[in-house]
Structure formats: C-alpha cells, structure tokens
Design a protein around this ligand. Sequence first.
Ligand SMILES: Cc1cc2nc3c(=O)[nH]c(=O)nc-3n(C[C@H](O)[C@H](O)[C@H](O)COP(=O)(O)O)c2cc1C
Length: 207
Amino acid sequence: MNQKNLLGLDSCFMDMDDPIELFKIWMLEAEKKEINDPNALSLATVNKKNEPNVRMVLLKGLSSKGFVFYTNFNSPKSQDLKNHPEAAMCFHWKSLQRQVRIKGGVKQIEDNEADLYFNSRPYESRIGAWASDQSKVMKVRKEFLDKINEFKQKYKDEKILPRPKHWSGWCLKPSSVEFWLGDQYRIHERLKYNKIKNDWKKEILYP
Ligand SMILES: Cc1cc2nc3c(=O)[nH]c(=O)nc-3n(C[C@H](O)[C@H](O)[C@H](O)COP(=O)(O)O)c2cc1C
C-alpha cells in the first residue's frame, strides 16, 4: 500500500479530526506487518529529582479515555507517575517506517477494569504479578522461583486468584499525538495533533 496515501498530509488524513482514529488505523497496519509486539511502546517518566527514565510496556487498552498499560504500582515507573502524573509514549514500527509520539496526564484505571484484564491473563502471569517485586534487587533467582511456588500453593485454584492491590493499569489521556512517516532522503512527513480546550488542532512539522 502506498504510504503517501496512508498519511496523506496533503490529502485524505488531513481531514481526520481525531488522532485516536488515525492511531487505530496505523495500529491495525502494524498488527499485520510487525513480527513481534506491535503494541510495544517506550514510556518516559520523570522522578522526584527531575531525572528522566524510559522503558518498554505493552498497550493493552485504547478508548476515548486514553492509552492503557498495566504494571506494578510499587515499581519505579509507578513511583514516578504517582509523584508526577504525566508521561510520554513512543511507538516505533520499523517495518512501516512509522513513529507515533503521545504526551499527556495519567491516572490509575478503575479497579473493575483492572480486575477484568487481570482475570483474562494466563494463570502463570497472574502468579507472576504476585511474586515479582518489580525492579527490586534479588539475591539469587531461586528466591523469585520459590516465591512463585509459594503463591502457586496459596492460590491453587486459578478461578480464585485475586488481583494484587499493587498491580493495576495506568491510563494516559493524550494532550498531543504526533504521527511520523519516513520518506526518501529524510524528507519525512509529520502531522501533530494538539488538544486545545476540547478540540484537536492539527499542524504539520518540518522533519
Ligand atoms: C517488549 C516489552 C514489553 C514490556 N511490557 C511491560 C508491561 O506491559 N508492563 C511492565 O510493567 N513491564 C513491561 N516490560 C518490562 C519493562 O520494560 C521494565 O523492565 C519493567 O516494567 C521495570 O520498569 P521500571 O523499573 O522503570 O518500573 C516490557 C519489556 C519489554 C522489552
């Protein structure tokens, strides 16, 4: 498919008023073309000392409310977000030569939404959420494997396996979304949506 026609800065997509709708079109394309994890994104946060940090997470929900990912709420990224509830996301789909950058405020999702997603995960992944003190130092790996076995003993019945209180989702409500499409000789195309009051305003940027 002709990439020019997909972003079409001078034609079709300039009349797309909602970046979420354009994002969904790009994500569908990525799901067809990327080998692994088309929903992988880098997530940037800042800590109390204003030091930036970035790591990959997986996009697990998208609606008019925003972009949702799940994680441990005691982890460094969640500590950062509790202290400074703003983040940036970046998707890169190499085989499509596309990037999407998103910025916005974050909020913890509702418990019932987190429960629903948690319960859809495989048993082993749910046990992992209990057993992993994400990003804490472990003395030996056996320590972690022993904890996994302990939780398997505690929650033998996979139907009665509650979501840990420290495991939930963050939702980023976008204030800007920028689409980047690679072109020959670095004459790339960029289309940025900024939220002004309740409306999305578009602008095109130099590459
Ligand atoms: C492709 C990929 C996807 C990942 N997805 C998640 C995720 O959805 N949630 C998560 O907590 N960690 C995920 N991780 C691990 C994080 O990158 C990171 O190592 C971990 O969350 C600890 O980050 P923190 O110490 O900054 O809190 C993923 C890693 C990779 C490489």
